[in-house]
Write a protein that binds this ligand. Structure first.
Ligand SMILES: C[S@@+](CC[C@H](N)C(=O)[O-])C[C@H]1O[C@@H](n2cnc3c(N)ncnc32)[C@H](O)[C@@H]1O
Length: 275
């Protein structure tokens, strides 16, 4: 069952306003399938009635959340975009650590925004464990996502082989426990990451996120249009400490959106920093 053009427009506009995620006109089959799934679950038959429910009666946004859980693209894996992770570890983290040590500040706060199944924040926790002495440093890795189902998976920290395919063997042995044919991040790494439900388009929640040295928001804003992407990036600017870095996916550039960040080349890699 496909949504009519009019129905489709109403749904995608509503989803866009609530989440910032933009679906173009080619996604009707994808959206219709997921909405049909919700209709079946609710014993509802009409797209219009379902829309009216979402729009006017879903006061706690519980049904909206169910739908969003089905609409998000959660592809992720450990050590994704290895050269970028190397630039972070070898240059940016080292630089921030040196500066903060000189200032007698021994905290590092990192935020993985749009963390999906946890592969990204756990990767960051592994790197921090390798580089920093925890007797001296207080480390906070915050991880957030709009999708509650994927956050549950992230908190469990159990992965299939394909998620850990790029993990260096030495780290696999050190930070994972093999359970059958799956891999579980060990308790030390798990305890470093704090997961949280957060919609990047929700201005109130975003205002609470402050004082980060690093923000990773990779392969998330590709699903946003330029306007909502700009709003999120402007908020990230406020969330970052001076001297902090933001990492986006390798195909994502913020040049067109803002000039607030300074671009630097670190180890052959372009990174954005807040002066
Ligand atoms: C493709 S995954 C990227 C995961 C990870 N950052 C990486 O690069 O491997 C995109 C994630 O962004 C989340 N997302 C999409 N829109 C969001 C929003 N408005 N607020 C928070 N998270 C969002 C999705 O639920 C999904 O888990």
């Amino acid at each position: 069952m496909l949504l009519t053009d009019r129905e489709y427009e109403k749904f995608v506009e509503f989803i866009y306003n609530q989440t910032g995620i933009h679906f173009d006109s080619r996604k009707n089959t994808f959206i219709s399938k997921r909405i049909t799934n919700r209709l079946e679950n609710l014993g509802e038959e009409s797209f219009t009635k379902y829309f009216d429910f979402l729009r006017y009666k879903d006061f706690q946004k519980i049904e909206l959340q169910e739908l969003v859980n089905l609409l998000t693209i959660n592809e992720s894996y450990f050590f994704r975009d290895f050269p970028q992770i190397e630039a972070f570890a070898n240059y940016c983290l080292t630089e921030v650590v040196e500066r903060k040590s000189a200032e007698d500040i021994f905290t590092i706060r990192i935020w993985s925004a749009g963390c999906s199944s946890g592969d990204e924040p756990y990767t960051l926790a592994i790197i921090l464990s390798e580089i920093l002495d925890f007797n001296h440093w207080k480390i906070e890795v915050h991880a957030s996502d709009i999708d509650l189902t994927i956050l549950d998976k992230a908190k469990k920290g159990i992965y299939e082989e394909r998620s850990i395919r790029d993990v260096p063997l030495e780290y696999l042995a050190k930070y994972f426990v093999k359970i059958g044919n799956k891999y579980k991040v060990n308790d030390k790494i798990k305890s470093m990451v704090h997961f949280e439900h957060l919609n990047l388009s929700d201005i109130k929640s975003m205002r609470l996120k402050r004082n980060f040295d690093f923000i990773f928001c990779r392969n998330v804003l590709i699903y946003f249009d330029e306007l909502s992407r700009k709003k999120v990036i402007d908020n990230f600017f406020l969330s970052l400490n001076s001297g902090g870095y933001i990492f986006l996916g390798s195909s994502e550039s913020i040049n067109r959106i803002t000039t607030a960040f300074t671009i630097k080349k670190k180890g052959g890699y372009l990174v954005y920093t807040k002066d």
